[in-house]
Design a protein around this ligand. Structure first.
Ligand SMILES: [Zn+2]
Length: 240
């Protein structure tokens, strides 16, 4: 049987990913299909909207790898796979962009306008949970692996630490990087009023990361871990 979740790293990695997928299955059995009727219960599972934010886009390609690969393209590819999973599981979702475009006005690009528009979009969603997708870059090629940053709320910290733990455990065992609070420079995470994280999936400046991040199967694996983390968070199956 063809396994789309095959990644390098041996049996331990495969087992961890299988474990995460089992959590997804459990979560889905709890969530069930999307209900048409509404519930009055606070925190009802049907009330959340997963807002997927592929960073950059249009004239703003974000970080650019030595081979010309643009961060904005990888962000979008992973985001579309995450949305496909959300659709498959009948989860409410929304994307800040669905193609290679910015949210700035059409006549003159403004980074600030783009970021303000993204934050406004998130805040307008019904009970949003934000996952912003980015790629890292560094002057040297050494750093590798994911890095999750979280907004300044307890719920964001919980989602951020959980997601980081899942990403490292599944894809980069042994990596000692930890989830961190977002700096004040990250506009969107500082201007939304919901659980919000920014996931730097890897380093475009690291050749091994770049090869993986450019690979469709690896992008699928990443999106699967992000979905599993979102569902773990929503169902309270946060582990330690
Ligand atoms: Zn970025």
């Amino acid at each position: 049987m063809y396994c789309i979740f095959k990644v390098k790293g041996g049996n331990k990695t495969a087992l961890i990913i299988v474990a995460i997928l089992l959590v997804v299955a459990i979560a889905i059995s709890i969530l069930g299909p999307k209900q048409e009727e509404t519930s009055d219960a606070a925190g009802s599972m049907g009330d959340f909207t997963l807002v997927i934010d592929p960073g950059h886009g249009g004239i703003d390609g974000g970080a650019v790898a030595a081979d010309g690969t643009k961060e904005s393209d990888i962000n979008l590819a992973i985001a579309l796979k995450l949305r496909a999973l959300a659709e498959f599981y009948a989860l409410e979702n929304a994307m800040t962009r669905q193609d290679d475009s910015s949210r700035s006005g059409p006549e003159r690009y403004s980074e600030h306008e783009d970021l303000v528009s993204r934050a406004d979009f998130v805040n307008a969603a019904e009970n949003p949970v934000l996952i912003s997708i980015h790629q890292n870059c560094y002057p040297t090629g050494q750093p590798s692996g994911p890095q999750v940053l979280y907004a300044a709320t307890e719920s964001s910290e919980s989602l951020g630490k959980l997601t980081h733990q899942n990403l490292i455990g599944s894809l980069y065992p042994g990596n000692r990087r930890v989830a961190e609070p977002a700096s004040r420079k990250l506009y969107v995470l500082n201007h939304v009023s919901c659980p919000a994280i920014l996931v730097e999936c890897g380093f475009l400046s690291n050749l091994s990361d770049l090869a993986k991040l450019s690979d469709s199967s690896y992008q699928t694996t990443l999106s699967t871990v992000l979905m599993a983390s979102y569902l773990q968070y929503r169902t309270g199956l946060t582990g330690t």
